[in-house]
Ligand binder design. Structure first.
Ligand code: PLP
Length: 394
């Protein structure tokens, strides 16, 4: 139903424009447990659309931890941590995250999005400069805007462009902050972390890396890209989520103790919002503990990633986008083609979303690999994509 007053007419026009451009999106309903196989609107599908890389969102230990926390503390956390008090679970989770990341301390937020907003807004203001990778996640971009700092985008993963811009603008401002995804969420490639750390050091700048898709996934122990690049202990600020490989909901920041202490006093999206629920906190804590003692999950994930990438790259004329993570993208010509490809995959039992503008500049099918995919799942995806190839990549 439409609003009667003409003040709202523009909404209908905007929706029509979104439809015409093949940009329209709406969520679909899953009627099963999270996992490698799901039931989506009555259809059984192999799931390549999930960020639950280690398959922990359906793990009974997380489920039991959440139930126990609810029975002990109730469903809601009833207020902000500073005003209402927190539970020991919140601190236990923060200490476990700091241990995983080998940092002094950690702070958990209600989501990764809020962790980025609050941290960036606390670190810089209108006297300061932010240099931001053009492909950064929406939450980093929104945090930059919220901070009031001057924001300059640099070309994706392009150290030369960043060097030129930082040299030109750095010293017109008080503080400087470089922000980047570590695993780029819609592409699956990595930021050039060692060079970014050097450049930040050279120009007296801070560096925030968003490890949302890296935590539990990258590095020998699953600590993230910082571990992957052997940069553990470097001077930087790491942000991440509890909602992807950790199978729960929430976000975090890790770094030195004085940074965390400062954020507890200055990050508005932490101070003025309700603490993470007991269930989410307990599930995330259980996940961090499992990651530490079951490295075979990580090995299984990477075995699957290597298998799928190798087989897909053998398909004639396929446009595989560069990736060094479990996120694998097949490039397509336009939004319409990406939608058709996603629909055809769905008909053959594969759930892999079309990613289109405005999320990314170029349309694609995006596959996320999980540790709990079996080889037969991967083979089904490979066969279906090979069939698409003859239709679309010719
Ligand atoms: C998913 C994601 C977030 C947001 O995390 P949520 O906990 O889902 O709010 C932030 N940054 C990146 C790079 C992400 O991929």
């Amino acid at each position: 139903m439409q609003y009667r007053s003409s003040s709202y007419n523009w909404i209908d026009k905007s929706l029509k424009t979104i439809h015409r451009a093949n940009w329209y999106r709406s969520p679909k309903t899953i009627n099963s447990l999270a996992g490698a196989e799901i039931e989506l609107e009555g259809q059984k599908l192999i799931n390549f659309a999930s960020n639950d890389y280690l398959g922990l969102a359906e793990d009974d230990r997380l489920i039991q931890a959440a139930i126990t926390a609810i029975k002990t503390y109730g469903t809601g956390s009833t207020g902000s941590r500073l005003l209402t008090g927190h539970r020991q679970l919140h601190r236990d989770l923060e200490i476990a995250l700091a241990n995983l990341k080998k940092t002094e301390d950690a702070l958990v937020f209600s989501s990764g999005y809020l962790a980025n907003l609050g941290t960036i807004a606390a670190l810089v203001d209108d006297r300061d400069l932010i240099l931001s990778d053009i492909y950064n996640h929406s939450s980093l971009k929104s945090g930059a805007k919220l901070s009031g700092a001057r924001v300059i985008d640099y070309k994706h993963d392009n150290i030369n462009d960043l060097s030129e811009k930082i040299a030109e603008y750095r010293f017109q401002y008080r503080r400087c902050l470089i922000i980047t995804d570590s695993v780029f969420s819609m592409d699956g490639d990595l930021c050039p972390l060692p060079q970014l750390i050097d450049l930040a050091d050279q120009y007296k700048s801070m560096l925030v890396v968003d490890e949302a898709h890296a935590t539990g996934v990258m590095g020998k122990t699953g600590a993230g890209c910082v571990e992957h690049f052997h940069c553990t202990g470097a001077e930087l600020i790491q942000i991440g989520t509890l909602s992807k490989a950790l199978g729960s909901l929430g976000g975090y920041v890790v770094g030195n103790a004085n940074l965390i202490d400062f954020l507890r006093n200055r990050a508005p999206s932490w101070i003025y919002t309700t603490a993470l629920s007991p269930a989410d906190t307990a599930a995330a804590l259980a996940a961090v503990k499992i990651i530490a003692v079951e490295p075979e999950r990580l090995h299984q994930l990477w075995r699957n990633v290597t298998y799928l990438k190798n087989k897909l790259s053998d398909i004639d004329k396929i446009n595989l986008l560069p990736s060094e993570s479990p996120i694998i993208c097949v490039g397509l010509k336009n939004p319409k083609q990406a939608l058709e490809a996603s629909q055809l995959l769905k008909e053959s039992g594969i759930f892999a979303p079309a990613i289109r503008p405005p999320t990314v500049p170029t349309s694609r099918i995006r596959l996320s690999v999980m540790a709990t995919h079996q080889i037969c799942h991967l083979d089904r995806a490979i066969a279906s994509i090979a069939k698409l190839a003859s239709l679309f990549f010719g």
